[in-house]
Write a protein that binds this ligand. Structure first.
Ligand code: NAP
Length: 281
């Protein structure tokens, strides 16, 4: 029986992809790989250990797997590349035939987010050179964190960042999950790279959606990249604060306003933001 394994099955994206895949092909054909397997037990499929740091463990967990979804790690850029290489090497050694890599969109140069984008492009090159069949998705920016942040926005009354008037191709983890199911099972999508996001919107549009949904009166305020980077690193530390500031800097530069390949992959358009925000009520 053909088996598909999903990394980071204990995470929000990996868990959602595994759940969508189980619905599509049945739980017997899906294997969840997780650094912390007990956190993925709720999925109801077989769960095996899957720590990116442990190549030997990965190799043993990938026995009998035909197709593998590799989701980008979330550690610092220079550590991600060897982690992803561990997974690729294990996949080759254990006889995996096809790899789908969940990468990211974003600015390759000039922002604090760019080292992350570069590390993902390095893994994309590794995937293409692996000798396995492959497909690559580049994820847009998750919209859920802005929704989850609503109480904090309410307390200040302001959404403040350095995106300015830039448009951002946001997405949701569920919409990404649907796209990755297609990339995993549809052979006609092999050998290509796909941008996965919905209609690009500005921060002012995002704030309008939040106000309509939550009955708030938030306003948007654009601040400088330096000011925003200082604010974010104070609150989140150098790595995460820099990533967040670099993402909004990238939005202001138009780096998240690219052509989306979502409909090409899924066969229907990405959910419209109007419908997404209505679904939250
Ligand atoms: N597009 C965006 O806007 C955006 C935003 C944030 C992150 N991302 C990227 O998207 C990925 C998935 O996002 P998410 O929302 O699902 O994140 P999440 O819910 O925080 O999940 C992160 C996952 O990474 C796993 N992990 C961490 N270190 C690992 C290792 N050494 N080996 C194997 N697994 C490891 C965690 O496992 P444990 O359960 O063991 O901790 C967890 O399952 C992230 O890892 C990051 O690369 C994208």
């Amino acid at each position: 029986m053909m088996k598909i394994a999903i990394t980071q099955a204990s995470g929000q994206l990996g868990g959602s992809i595994a759940a969508h895949l189980i619905k599509k092909i049945g739980k017997d054909k899906v294997i969840g790989l997780a650094r912390t397997p007990q956190k993925a037990a709720h999925l109801g499929c077989e769960i095996r250990p899957g720590d990116y740091e442990d190549a030997k463990q990965m190799e043993s967990s990938l026995q009998g797997v035909d197709t593998l979804l590799l989701i980008s790690g979330n550690t610092q850029p220079d550590l991600r590349i060897p982690q992803h290489r561990n997974v690729l090497t294990a996949a080759k050694r254990s006889g995996v035939k096809k790899i789908v890599y969940a990468s990211i969109e974003g600015p390759l140069e000039g922002t604090l987010f760019s080292p992350i984008v570069q590390s993902n492009r390095t893994t994309e090159a590794d995937v293409k050179a692996s000798g396995l069949k492959w497909a690559i998705g580049r994820n847009g920016i998750y919209i859920e964190p802005d929704v989850e942040y609503i109480e904090s926005y309410k307390s200040s009354g302001i959404v403040r960042n350095c995106a300015g008037e830039g448009l951002c191709g946001y997405t949701t983890r569920d919409e990404l999950a649907e796209a990755y199911v297609h990339l995993l099972i549809d052979d006609s999508l092999e050998g290509d790279v796909y941008n996965l996001h919905g209609m690009a919107i500005s921060q002012v549009q995002l704030v309008d959606y939040l106000n309509e949904t939550f009955g708030t009166h938030l306003t948007y305020e654009s601040i400088s990249v330096a000011e925003y980077a200082k604010d974010r690193t104070n609150e989140l530390g150098d790595l995460l604060g820099g990533i967040v500031a670099g993402i909004y800097d990238g939005i202001s530069r138009g780096e998240f306003n690219r052509q989306s390949d979502y409909e090409k992959v899924v066969g229907r358009p990405h959910i419209a933001w109007n419908d997404y925000f209505k679904s939250l009520n």
